[in-house]
Structures are given as C-alpha cells and as structure tokens.
Design a protein around this ligand. Structure first.
Ligand SMILES: [Zn+2]
Length: 307
C-alpha cells in the first residue's frame, strides 16, 4: 500500500472546510497540509466553517443531547462560525485511517501552522483543543458577531495572480498548478460566477471540489439546463459533441480548462487544434473509454460525475 497522495489530502481538506471560509485561512490551511506532507507527515483538515446552527447542535452534545462535551462555544461564540478556524488530524500512511494521538508529528504540524500565522488550541491554558487552529487578527468573537472582520496576513509565500479577462498563456511551471490557476481564472471570467451561480473561485492552483462544482455549473449554463452542480440525466442530455472538425469556442474552453484540472497542461484559447485533440484522447484513454477525440455524454460523465 502506497502513501496517500497530497492531492487526496488537499481535496478532502478543502471539502471538509466547506464554503464561507476566510480566503487567507483556507489558503494557509491547505499550505499547512502541503508543507507537512513534504516533511513526510500526512495531515488533513477535518472541519472549517460551521454555521451558528451547526455550532449549537455541537454545543448540545453532552448537555441536552447524548455524547460527551466537545465544545464550550454556542453559535456565534466560536471562530469556526466566521470561517477563521480549522481543525486537523493525522492520517495513516495510506490515508484511510484518522490518527488522533498528539505525538511529535502532531506537534510538528502545530509548529508549521504557527509559522503560517495560526494560533494553536494546544497552547490554550484553560481547555486544550489540540486539533484547533485559528486566525482572528486580534478580534474577539463579540467583535465578529457585531460584523467586524479581521485583515489577515498571508504568510504562505504564494502570490495571488491578478485576475485577467482572457487567459491564453499561463506562466510555465513544472508543478502544473499554474495551469489549474489559469483554469480557475477562466472560470471567474465572463461573469460565469454570476451566470452559473457559484462563488468566485480562489485562484490558488489547487484542484478541488469547489473548482469542479463551478465548472459543472458552467457546463450546465452552456447546456441551458437546470444549474444545480449535480451531474445527472439532464446534464448528460445536453452534452455537446465537440471535436477537431466541429466545435465552438465556449465549449472548447470549458473542455481545455477541465483538462487542466485533470493535470493536462493546456492553453485555454478556445481553439480545438491537434493539442486539444491529443489531450482529450489521453484523458479518454485514462478513463478506459473510447479514445476518439470527440466529447459527448460519455466523456463529460467521466469528467464531472465523480468530481
Ligand atoms: Zn476547532
């Protein structure tokens, strides 16, 4: 059994954080997972954003509901309610099991987190919360409840690329993440977030569920079907047939951008040339479907169904 991939840990972490996270906290948490991984430590984020209602349900545990107490904070009294906190844990080598032992690896993750600007719950004196990390910018939950929001410092050392309207030449990179970033920039262009109903994507070069959700919504917008971010028969029915000989720029850009999410380094220029054909066939081969260089229901299902 091999080591769980970094991508898997990042994907799960992004998903577990949920929507509504402060952008810098989210980015820093993902950077934390990446740095720990480089040191041979498999860490993952278990929680991020929690609504007041979710917090109240958690507070009830061990009080009015069965279980043991897990929090002293009611809704609005936890930094999780403002997208400023995350919880982490370690995983087994293959990523299949969670490890909650506060060992040297656990403490090393906390140290990396602190270098990124997080405060660690393991340093608290009254009630130690070892999985907990937060960035409050010095604000109290009372101030946060009153609507104040912190201005946080990004210590990840990764620069945010200025948004651009059209993207044709992403900067070269051996990691491939600049291609994902270019795909995310494309997703944010042309008012797609408004038209297809998703929150503007973080242009962080990380392939995650939010990016796939956005692209599926753009697909549904193009297909003029119900936009719900769920792959199903209605989405299948509007799959555009696109190939080298017969294509439109919009669908071609969506195809090129989605191929970037799958690791193919591809310009998003709307021109369905030999390179697009080749990347599409490679994708089809990798999914065990007919490698005919033509998109349709089968190809799009492989692209969006499990994403
Ligand atoms: Zn927490």
């Amino acid at each position: 059994m091999g080591r769980v991939s970094l991508d898997t840990l990042l994907r799960r972490s992004e998903k577990n954080m949920g929507s509504g996270m402060n952008a810098i906290v989210k980015k820093s948490a993902l950077e934390l997972i990446r740095r720990a991984y480089k040191e041979g430590i498999n860490a993952q984020i278990s929680h991020g954003m929690r609504t007041y209602a979710q917090q109240n349900a958690l507070y009830a545990q061990g009080r009015t509901k069965p279980g043991s107490k897990v929090t002293n904070a009611r809704g609005g009294y936890s930094n999780h309610n403002f997208g400023l906190a995350v919880d982490y844990f370690l995983t087994s080598e293959d990523g299949s099991k969670a490890i909650w032992t506060v060992n040297s690896d656990w403490k090393r993750v906390a140290a990396i987190a602190k270098s990124l600007g997080f405060s660690w719950g393991g340093d608290w004196t009254s009630f130690k919360d070892y999985p907990h990390l937060e960035m409050t910018g010095g604000l109290s939950t009372a101030q946060l409840r009153a609507g104040k929001r912190p201005s946080l410092t990004d210590r990840t050392g990764t620069k945010k690329v200025a948004p651009s309207k059209t993207v044709s030449k992403p900067p070269s990179s051996s990691s491939g993440s600049s291609w994902v970033k270019a795909a995310q920039e494309w997703g944010n262009s042309r008012d797609y977030p408004d038209k297809a109903g998703f929150n503007e994507l973080d242009e962080d070069g990380l392939t995650g569920p939010l990016t796939f959700d956005a692209f599926l919504r753009i697909y549904q917008y193009f297909g003029k079907t119900a936009i719900d971010g769920v792959w199903g028969p209605k989405s299948r029915a509007v799959a555009a047939v696109q190939n080298k000989d017969d294509h439109t720029p919009g669908w071609t850009r969506l195809l090129q951008a989605t191929l970037c999410l799958y690791g193919y380094k591809h310009k998003i220029d709307g021109a369905f040339g030999p390179l697009t054909d080749e990347a599409l066939r490679a994708f089809q081969r990798s999914k065990g479907i007919k490698a005919d260089g033509t998109t349709g229901p089968v190809t799009y299902t492989k692209m969006f169904e499990a994403a």
